[in-house]
Design a protein around this ligand. Sequence first.
Ligand code: S3P
Length: 431
Amino acid sequence: MNLRFEPSGPLSGALTAPPDKVDLPRAALLGAMASYPMRIENYLHAADTTATLHAVSALGALVEMQPEAVIVRGAGLREARAPARAIDVGNAGTLLRLLPGWLAAQEGRSFTLDGDESIRRRPVDRVIEPLALMGAQLRARDGRFSPLEVHGGRLHSISYTLPVASAQVKSCVLLAGLAADGASTVTEPEHSRDHTERMLLGAGVRIHRNGRSVTVTNTDELVLERVRVPGDPSSAAFMLAAGVLVGGSRLLIRDVGVNWTRSGFLRILMRMQGIVLGDLEAEGGELVAEEPISDLDVAAGALEGTFVGPAEVPPAIDELPLVALLGCFAEGETVVRGAHELRLKESDRIATVVDGLRGLGAEIEATDDGFAVTGTGGLRGGVLDAHGDHRLAMLGAVAGLASREGVEVRGIEAAAVSYPGFVEDLERLAG
Ligand code: S3P
């Protein structure tokens, strides 16, 4: 479906950020591995989360949908049932990379994971390598892509250094580490989001962080009665960007997750002189179980260009397309480096963002690992193709409201993957 987003007058009002799309797979998997029922509150009804619940059901967990919560009754750490058919992960990259961590420990049982056309282009060799080192056997198409076969085995603990910071791969190894024969350590080149670690700590697992390393000790049992999913900082970021870019706007966004390993975009936006007020979690520090939330107050204003280097990339990875958009409106140059991972997301987000924004009149160049934008104070507008990528669809919409001539987004329905009420929320704020 194509939808036009016309230049907007000031945005105003309040909204509650939709539930975080990436917490549900973690909670549902831990619930499926646990021995006691888990209650998940503030659950996002969307395609990826539905795929996750179907997957854990197929593996033997009982899933009960209640009006205010999802209850998952676990199959057990080492008791996943081998389904007769392939597990369909749909478009859910987090599920594709985390689930093998649990399946690898199912001795003598085999599983196949497959998904849609886009998921078949997302690499899985990054999880094959550590899980094979731990003792499972895995096979993928061309050694790299889904369908992915996992043959469970008796797992050994591991000390593994990730070649690239990735919360998905880190999480996968930590989940496998729960059923290994000792303590497993994962070290990353930069800090990536730590939602899995926090949830494991909350489930009574012995886990600790030491700099960029995290060590998990094997366990027999997970006990986590309740998970409340915070508001999605990545979805909120699109509303924040709209609030900053559309002249005269003032917005309140409630209940946004402000875990410091996830709030890189907020720090970048503030450095660009964006006016955002909120109670952000301080960077660094001890691992805690809590996922902090805050209301964020944002107002439109002038922006300055900035440089985003490799250490800042993982905590802002899904919001970097928005940094490109902000850069179009900022004074001076905005450069992002060290973000080659963007090429491996739902679309090649370096190519799709650069082509998309250039088509709207931006002065932007792609590099191998990022982009450079020269701010011109605004954007003309035009047509932007979402390429089936939810973040591209939302980027085009926000660009349209802030542009001079409006933007037609081709494939706006993709936005629903992470933010089902996105268009309605934008329309409401625009009055
Ligand atoms: C995710 C981590 C990031 C992110 C993705 C979700 C997660 O991917 O881009 O949308 O759930 O941990 P990587 O871990 O591959 O960087």
